[in-house]
Structure formats: structure tokens, C-alpha cells
Ligand binder design. Structure first.
Ligand code: HEC
Ligand code: HEC
Ligand code: HEC
Ligand code: HEC
Ligand code: HEC
Ligand code: HEC
Ligand code: HEC
Ligand code: HEC
Ligand code: HEC
Ligand code: HEC
Ligand code: HEC
Length: 500
């Protein structure tokens, strides 16, 4: 079916373009143009008029609010309209609608600097990393302020003046007493979304924990999406500053992950900041230490090491529990897929979580296991550090998935089938190699299953008596009885050696 659709492109306010694709069927529903003026101009004769000459000089705090408080005869209409002849449509005093809004929303006449949020200091361009396509079209789509906000209604009645096309020429508003919430975003990002993946249908969000327990944003709009996404533009990809956004809520979770286990709780954020990373093998200590997964920009070494929260979690889908239908983690190679985790005992014999880890950690030579794509938000990059020596004198990188899972001399892997998370924290730790601070014995090596070992902290991987004791304590959480050769255990037992 071919439909006549309304469509915006850069520099042109209103163009009618015939789209001969099936997208246009959707587009018939989602018309990003104001099909009618906002209904019911409230008449407020008391509102003051604002000559434009004053506009330019007004300070934000003193500026009168033009929204919805003007009557039909008020000069306040002139903040956006001209009376007779006007350069823009709808008698707008500016060539485009957004420019009418930027008259004040560039920081000069209103508190929020929306022009800066879109990064549009030069009209038609953006300095932001991601933005709703208002500065210019993206993938052939664009939006303008009026697609998302009404200029005419009263702020006291409609949350953030939000409105959205109802698909048949009218508007859906968001009244302050009954805000429309996520439905707002679904008008464009719902099941009828015309946008190419991954921008289109986001309704899988409904099934995840963030929909159920994420709570509403402080603005009162009820749009949970804005807990993580900016409505306008962002200095980060995907309208979201990953970890900082996540940490606004996740700062009290357990780092030695899984809140259901009997560990003392500290902060998840702490897990990622426990010890500064040291990636410089040429500095005074000559070591590379990675105590947490390098999610921070400053930890990513120009992109040669790279992983993000979104590489391991699909924030739209994550669940609180592992079940037939949900998971805390997603497939790093296709984040639409949940990673099913099955527990074969109450502690750490979970083969499937090991499969998750080796999606990235294959062997020392594999440095680019996964490239960004439609369903992979970021490139995943590792470095081959096998030329760097670790504290026990051996090569730093020795882990090899094939060896771990299949070699009969791989006692923790092929033998005991331990989950990687029996020994490693998936986020971070104050111990080198992200070795867990709290170890639970799965049994089988001398210490009864379920025993929680003493807390282990401060392992920096140096061959000193103090460090030998710390590491021996770590191994001893599971190995009740073991020899103590006054060397680091990892000198002889490590991922690259037999009997580990
Ligand atoms: C904050 C800017 C702003 C102010 C102030 C404003 N308008 Fe508008 N007006 C717009 C925009 C933008 C449009 C384009 C249609 C839309 O987005 O609803 C518009 C559209 C209209 C239309 C309909 C034109 C059409 O094509 O549908 C009328 C009529 C109108 N305005 C009258 C007024 C009157 C009268 C006032 C003063 C009481 C006023 N406006 C104040 C921004 C404003
Ligand atoms: C004459 C100056 C002026 C113009 C032009 C103007 N605004 Fe505003 N706008 C304000 C002021 C003042 C406020 C009050 C809040 C503030 O200071 O940020 C405001 C608030 C808003 C809000 C936030 C409401 C809230 O509750 O926080 C939205 C949304 C908004 N304007 C959209 C628009 C849009 C869309 C346009 C263009 C069609 C526009 N404005 C044009 C001055 C203006
Ligand atoms: C794709 C939809 C969309 C577009 C396009 C859009 N906005 Fe917004 N705007 C939003 C959302 C969503 C919010 C925040 C709601 C919340 O915080 O709950 C918002 C908030 C605002 C606010 C309140 C202050 C703030 O930053 O939270 C102002 C003012 C505003 N917008 C003005 C504008 C102007 C001016 C334009 C055009 C230059 C524009 N918006 C374009 C969706 C949009
Ligand atoms: C808990 C945080 C969170 C919430 C809540 C959330 N998102 Fe997301 N969303 C993300 C993250 C993280 C990504 C991955 C994108 C990235 O970082 O590049 C993403 C991706 C997206 C994308 C694809 C963008 C891209 O560049 O890959 C869209 C579109 C989107 N979200 C819309 C929504 C909508 C609509 C809602 C509400 C129904 C919502 N999100 C709720 C965190 C969230
Ligand atoms: C009026 C339609 C419209 C509304 C409403 C809307 N969006 Fe969008 N959104 C778009 C368009 C168009 C794109 C760009 C699609 C493309 O590039 O193909 C987009 C892109 C995005 C992206 C990806 C940005 C990027 O560069 O990676 C995110 C995230 C997003 N929207 C979130 C939201 C959220 C959250 C809401 C609700 C607050 C929302 N959108 C409301 C039209 C809309
Ligand atoms: C607005 C608050 C909020 C934000 C922002 C937020 N979350 Fe959540 N998240 C929650 C709540 C509440 C839960 C469920 C309660 C719990 O388990 O702590 C949850 C649960 C989760 C879970 C499920 C695991 C579990 O045991 O609960 C994961 C994984 C998760 N969030 C990751 C993220 C990531 C990644 C981000 C950033 C992209 C993020 N969250 C941003 C509030 C938030
Ligand atoms: C390298 C992959 C990876 C990265 C990166 C990652 N996580 Fe996780 N995360 C996991 C795994 C695996 C689990 C589940 C552990 C388990 O069940 O034993 C988990 C569990 C969680 C949980 C559940 C609560 C808990 O502590 O068990 C939350 C919340 C969470 N992650 C948030 C985040 C946030 C926020 C980020 C980014 C700041 C992040 N994760 C980065 C792998 C990762
Ligand atoms: C999405 C990809 C990804 C997943 C999944 C992942 N990691 Fe990582 N991991 C990385 C990256 C990137 C680094 C940075 C180290 C590098 O550059 O070699 C890293 C570093 C590490 C390190 C420190 C390595 C060193 O050289 O000191 C350990 C230990 C580790 N991960 C264990 C795990 C475990 C255990 C899991 C599963 C719970 C896991 N990882 C899941 C990407 C991933
Ligand atoms: C029995 C505890 C234990 C288990 C189980 C375990 N590791 Fe390790 N891992 C260690 C120790 C100890 C080190 C540091 C010593 C060494 O091997 O150099 C380490 C180091 C690493 C390193 C960084 C150094 C290197 O050799 O590459 C990576 C990556 C790694 N482990 C990944 C994994 C993955 C992935 C799994 C699961 C498939 C896993 N580990 C299972 C204890 C364990
Ligand atoms: C989470 C518990 C756990 C931790 C921590 C752990 N191991 Fe093990 N280890 C096991 C299990 C279970 C086996 C399999 C025992 C068996 O086959 O009888 C095993 C097997 C071994 C074996 C082979 C035993 C044999 O009989 O040949 C060696 C050697 C070993 N571990 C060394 C270490 C060292 C060194 C550390 C510390 C770096 C360590 N382990 C940490 C659980 C653990
Ligand atoms: C100098 C090398 C070396 C160091 C250092 C070392 N081991 Fe061993 N370990 C061995 C050898 C060799 C065996 C016998 C392996 C075999 O049976 O093939 C062994 C065997 C084991 C076994 C199997 C049961 C046993 O006692 O025979 C465990 C458990 C073990 N080591 C744990 C540790 C722990 C924990 C540390 C650190 C406190 C450690 N090892 C340090 C060389 C070493």
C-alpha cells in the first residue's frame, strides 16, 4: 500500500513525499507533523505581553512563561508568531518551528537550554554523540519540537508540555494528574514503529525488571524510559550515559554478585571502582592490572580494551531472577537473547555462565571477539597480554576456553566444571584478576559445599610472603588441605598449567 505521508527533512519544514515502501503504512499512523493546532487555547487575560525587543535581553529567571497563559489578543503570541506576513508556516516568526523555540530555549529566555541539549549551535548540525533527529534527518527521519511538545497549553496542566500525535490528526497529551508514561515513547517506538532496528519497537521493555521495579522519573512524566535516556541529545551513544546512569540506582547492590547469596553487601559501583586500573606495562611497577571490567572511557586504552554494561546486560530485558523466561544477562553477540542459567547445585556449578564469559574470553590471541552491529551496541575488545609477565613470573594471559572445558588436566574446568564466577567477580574486585572477595565452596575439594570462606582482599599479584598468604587464603576457601610452598600458588597452578 502506498500512502501520502508527511515528512520532514533538513531545512524544509513541510514536505509531502510519497514513500512507496511498506514503511509508509506505518508512517500513516505516525505522522510527525502537527496535524492541527493545539486545542483549546486557554484565555488568560492577566498574562502580560512581551515585546520581542525585551525578549532578547531578558534573564532566564525573570522571563515570563509564554506557554498557554496568553489570550488571543496578547502580544505574547508574538514570541513565536508574526501577525501578518511571516517567514515560517503557521505565521511563525522564524523559518522553522525549532528556531521559534530556540529563541528562548537556547539558554537566553528559559532555564533549560534545549539548543545545547541537541548540540545545535550551528543550525542543521549537531555536536552531540546521539540525538533525536531534530538538527537534521537520520535514516530519512526527522522530528521537531512540536512532534513532542505543545507550544500552546499550560505547563500547570501538562507535564513538560508533552504531546504526541494520535495517528488520526489529533494529539494525545500528558496531563499532570494522569501522565501517559511509556506510551509516550511507544507512539514512535512501539509495535508500529517504522524505524530500522534497533531504534524501532522497544516494547520488550514491558517484560523486564526495569518496567516493574524501575520506578518513575522525578519529572512526574511517568516515562520510565527517561530514567536512562535523554529525550533530546546526549554526549554518549544511544541517548544514554551508560554506567553513570546505571549507578544512579545501582549503588547499593552486592558486588560479589548475586544478592541472594549470604555475602556482606557493599556497592556495585564500588566493584567497578575498587582499584584504579593500571594498563601501563612500561611504568614504574611494570604491571598491568585489571581489577574490574573496563567500562569507563578512561580505562579503555583508546578502544583496544572495551566492554560496557550493555555488552553483558540488555537493560530493557533484564530480570531479577534466572528462569525459563528471564535472565540477568544477555548474549554479548546478540543482546536480544537472554542467557539461560541453570544451577546444578546451590552454589557455583553453573556451566552456562562460563559459556557466557567465553563469548568474549576465548584465548589470549582473540582480541576482537565481537564487533558492534544492530544487536550489539559496542565493539568488544581485549588485548593479548601474554607477552606481559604477571606477579608470579608467568605470562599474564593464559586463559584458553578450549583447554578449560575439554582438557582432562583442567581440574576446575573439565574436571569440577566450576563456573567462572566461583572464583571471579563478573564486575570487579579489590583483588587482581577480579578474584572474588567472598568465595563459597561448591564442595569436592575438601571444604564442605556452601561454606563461605573468610573475606579475601588486597591481592595485587606480587610474589611476597604477604601476597602468598592472601592467595593461599583464596584457594583455601575450597581447598581445606593444601601444601604451602612459600611461593604464589599461581606460579605452578594457573589457567595455562595442568592441574588447575
Ligand atoms: C511558544 C511559541 C508559541 C506561542 C507563544 C504561540 N504559538 Fe501559536 N503556534 C506555535 C507553533 C509552533 C505552531 C505550529 C503548530 C503546532 O505546533 O501546534 C502554532 C500554531 C498556531 C496556530 C495554528 C496554525 C496551524 O497551522 O495549525 C494558531 C491559530 C496559533 N498558533 C495561534 C496562536 C495564538 C493566538 C497565540 C497567542 C495566544 C499563540 N499561537 C502563541 C507556537 C506558538
Ligand atoms: C518567549 C520565550 C519562549 C519561547 C519562544 C518558547 N518557550 Fe518554552 N518555555 C519558556 C519558559 C520561560 C518556560 C518555563 C520554564 C523554563 O524557564 O525553562 C518554558 C518551558 C517550556 C517547556 C517545559 C515545561 C516544563 O514544565 O518544564 C517546554 C516543553 C517548552 N517550553 C517547549 C517550548 C516549545 C516546543 C517552544 C517552541 C514551539 C517553546 N517552548 C518556545 C519560554 C519560551
Ligand atoms: C522526541 C521527542 C522530543 C523532542 C523532539 C523534543 N523534546 Fe523536549 N522533552 C522531551 C521529553 C521526553 C522531555 C522530558 C520528560 C521528562 O523529564 O520526564 C522533554 C523535556 C523538555 C523540556 C523541559 C526541560 C528538560 O530539559 O527536561 C523543555 C524545555 C523541552 N523539552 C523543550 C524542547 C524543545 C524546545 C524542543 C525542540 C528544540 C524539544 N523539546 C524537542 C521530548 C522531546
Ligand atoms: C534501565 C535503563 C533503560 C531504560 C529504562 C530504557 N532504556 Fe533504552 N536502552 C538502554 C541502554 C543501556 C541501551 C543500549 C544503547 C547504548 O548504550 O548504546 C538502550 C537502547 C535503546 C534504543 C536503541 C538505541 C541504540 O542506539 O541502540 C532505543 C530506541 C531505546 N533504548 C528506547 C527506549 C525506550 C522507548 C524505553 C522505554 C520504553 C527505554 N529505552 C528504556 C537503557 C534503558
Ligand atoms: C515523534 C517520534 C518520536 C518520539 C515521541 C520518540 N522518539 Fe526516539 N527516535 C525517533 C526517531 C525518528 C529516531 C531516529 C531513528 C533512526 O535514526 O532511524 C529516534 C531515536 C531514538 C533513540 C536512538 C538514538 C541514537 O542515536 O542511538 C533512542 C534511544 C530513543 N529514540 C529513545 C526515545 C525515548 C526514550 C522516547 C520517549 C521519551 C522517544 N525516543 C520518543 C522518534 C521519536
Ligand atoms: C531508575 C533506577 C534504575 C536504573 C537507572 C537502572 N536500574 Fe537496573 N534495576 C533497577 C531495579 C529497581 C532493579 C530490580 C531490583 C534489584 O534487583 O535491585 C534493577 C535490576 C537490574 C538488573 C537485574 C538483576 C537483579 O538481580 O536485579 C540488572 C542486570 C540491571 N538492573 C542492570 C542495569 C543497567 C545495566 C543499568 C544502566 C543501563 C540499570 N540497571 C539502570 C533500577 C534501575
Ligand atoms: C562482563 C560482563 C558484565 C558487565 C560489563 C557488567 N555486568 Fe552486571 N552482571 C554480570 C553477570 C554475569 C551477572 C550475574 C552474576 C550472577 O548471577 O552470579 C551480573 C549481575 C548484575 C546485577 C544483579 C545484581 C548483582 O549484583 O548480582 C546488576 C544490578 C548488574 N549486574 C548491573 C551492572 C551494571 C550497572 C553494569 C555496568 C556498570 C554491569 N552490570 C556490567 C556481568 C556483567
Ligand atoms: C562482553 C565481553 C566480556 C564478557 C562477556 C566477559 N568479559 Fe571479562 N573482560 C572483557 C574485557 C574487554 C576485559 C579487559 C581485559 C583485556 O583487555 O584483555 C576483560 C577482563 C577480564 C579479566 C581480567 C583479565 C586480565 O588480563 O587481567 C578477567 C579475570 C575476566 N575478564 C573474567 C571474566 C569472567 C569470569 C566473565 C564471565 C562472568 C567475563 N570476564 C565476561 C570482556 C568480557
Ligand atoms: C578455581 C578458580 C578459577 C576459576 C573457576 C576460573 N578462574 Fe580465571 N583465574 C583464576 C586465577 C587464580 C587467576 C590468576 C592466575 C592466572 O591464571 O594467571 C585467573 C585468571 C584469569 C584471567 C586473566 C589471566 C589469564 O590467564 O588470561 C582470565 C581472563 C580468566 N581467569 C578467565 C576465566 C574464565 C573465563 C573462567 C571460566 C571459564 C575462569 N577464569 C575460571 C581462577 C579461576
Ligand atoms: C571455588 C572453589 C575453588 C577455589 C577458589 C579453588 N579451587 Fe582448586 N579445585 C576446586 C575443585 C572443586 C577442584 C576439583 C577437585 C577434585 O577433582 O577432586 C579443584 C581442583 C584443583 C586442583 C587439582 C587437584 C587434584 O587433585 O589434582 C588444583 C591443583 C587446584 N584446584 C588448585 C587450586 C589453586 C592453586 C587455587 C587458588 C589459586 C584454587 N585451586 C582455587 C575448587 C576450587
Ligand atoms: C612450585 C610449584 C607449586 C606451587 C607454588 C604450588 N603447587 Fe600445588 N601442586 C604442585 C604440584 C607439582 C602438584 C602435584 C600435581 C599432580 O598431581 O600432577 C600440586 C598439587 C596440588 C593440589 C592437589 C592436591 C595435593 O595437595 O596434592 C592442590 C589442591 C594444590 N596443589 C594447591 C596448591 C595451592 C593452594 C598452592 C598455593 C598455596 C599451591 N598448590 C602451590 C605444585 C605447586
Amino acid at each position: 500500500m502506498t500512502k501520502l505521508v508527511k515528512f520532514r527533512v533538513m531545512g524544509v519544514f513541510r514536505q509531502r513525499i510519497v514513500l512507496a515502501t511498506t514503511l509508509s503504512v506505518f508512517f500513516g499512523v505516525l505522522t510527525f507533523l502537527p496535524a492541527a493546532a493545539g486545542p483549546g487555547q486557554p484565555a488568560d487575560a492577566a498574562a502580560s505581553s512581551m515585546p520581542l525587543t525585551i525578549l532578547a535581553m531578558a534573564q532566564a529567571a525573570e522571563f515570563p512563561d509564554p506557554h498557554g497563559l496568553l489570550n488571543a489578543n496578547s502580544n505574547g503570541c508574538l514570541s513565536c508568531h508574526d501577525t501578518h506576513d511571516a517567514p515560517g508556516p503557521a505565521l511563525l516568526a522564524t523559518a522553522t518551528e525549532k528556531e521559534a523555540c530556540y529563541r528562548c530555549h537556547d539558554g537566553s529566555g528559559a532555564t533549560a537550554n534545549i539548543r545545547a541539549a541537541f548540540g545545535e549551535s550551528i543550525l542543521g548540525e549537531s555536536t552531540q554523540r546521539s540525538y533525536h533527529p531534530l538538527p537534521h534527518a537520520l535514516d530519512g527521519y526527522s522530528v521537531t519540537c512540536g512532534d513532542c511538545h505543545t507550544p500552546h497549553q499550560a505547563r500547570s496542566e501538562f507535564t513538560k508540555l508533552l504531546r504526541i500525535n494520535d495517528g488520526s490528526g489529533g494529539w494525545v497529551y500528558s496531563p499532570t494528574d494522569t501522565p501517559i508514561g511509556n506510551t509516550y515513547c511507544y507512539r514512535c517506538h512501539g509495535t508500529d514503529s517504522p524505524f530500522p532496528a534497533p531504534f524501532g519497537d522497544q516494547t520488550t521493555f514491558e517484560g523486564g525488571v526495569h518496567q516493574v521495579l524501575g520506578g518513575d522519573p522525578p519529572s512526574g512524566s511517568g516515562i520510565q524510559c527517561v530514567n536512562c535516556h535523554d529525550g533530546h541529545g546526549s554526549a554518549y551513544p544511544g541517548l544514554s550515559q551508560q554506567e553513570a546512569t546505571c549507578f544512579t540506582c545501582h549503588n547499593t547492590a552486592t558486588p560479589n554478585t548475586n544478592p541472594d547469596l549470604p555475602f556482606d553487601t557493599t556497592e556495585l559501583e564500588y566493584a567497578f571502582t575498587a582499584v584504579a586500573n593500571d594498563y601501563d606495562a612500561t611504568d614504574a611497577d611494570g604491571l598491568i592490572r585489571i581489577y574490574h571490567h573496563p567500562i569507563g572511557d578512561d580505562e579503555q586504552d583508546g578502544g583496544s580494551r572495551r566492554v560496557e554494561c550493555a555488552s553483558c546486560h540488555n537493560a530493557h530485558r533484564v530480570d531479577r531472577d534466572y528462569s525459563g523466561t528471564g535472565s540477568k544477562i544477555s548474549n554479548p553477540g546478540d543482546t536480544r537473547g537472554d542467557v539461560a542459567i541453570t544451577w546444578t547445585d546451590g552454589t557455583f556449578t553453573r556451566g552456562t555462565i562460563s559459556q557466557f564469559c567465553v563469548a568474549c574470553h576465548q584465548d589470549p590471541a582473540t582480541t576482537a571477539p565481537i564487533n558492534a552491529g544492530t544487536w550489539v551496541p559496542y565493539d568488544i575488545r581485549l588485548t593479548d597480554d601474554s607477552a606481559v609477565l604477571n606477579g608470579s613470573g608467568g605470562p599474564h594471559d593464559t586463559f584458553d576456553a578450549t583447554y578449560y572445558f575439554t582438557n582432562e588436566r583442567s581440574d576446575h574446568g573439565a574436571g569440577a566444571q566450576l563456573a567462572c564466577t566461583a572464583c571471579h567477580d563478573p564486575h570487579g574486585s579489590s583483588n587482581a584478576y577480579m578474584l572474588r572477595e567472598n568465595v563459597i565452596s561448591p564442595g569436592g575439594a575438601g571444604v564442605p559445599a556452601g561454606t563461605v570462606g573468610p573475606r579475601v582482599t588486597g591481592f595485587v599479584d606480587e610474589d611476597t610472603p604477604e601476597q602468598q598468604t592472601i592467595l593461599s587464603g583464596f584457594c583455601g576457601s575450597c581447598h581445606g588441605d593444601h601444601h604451602t610452598p612459600n611461593r604464589l600458588c599461581t606460579q605452578c597452578h594457573n589457567h595455562g598449567s595442568p592441574r588447575f
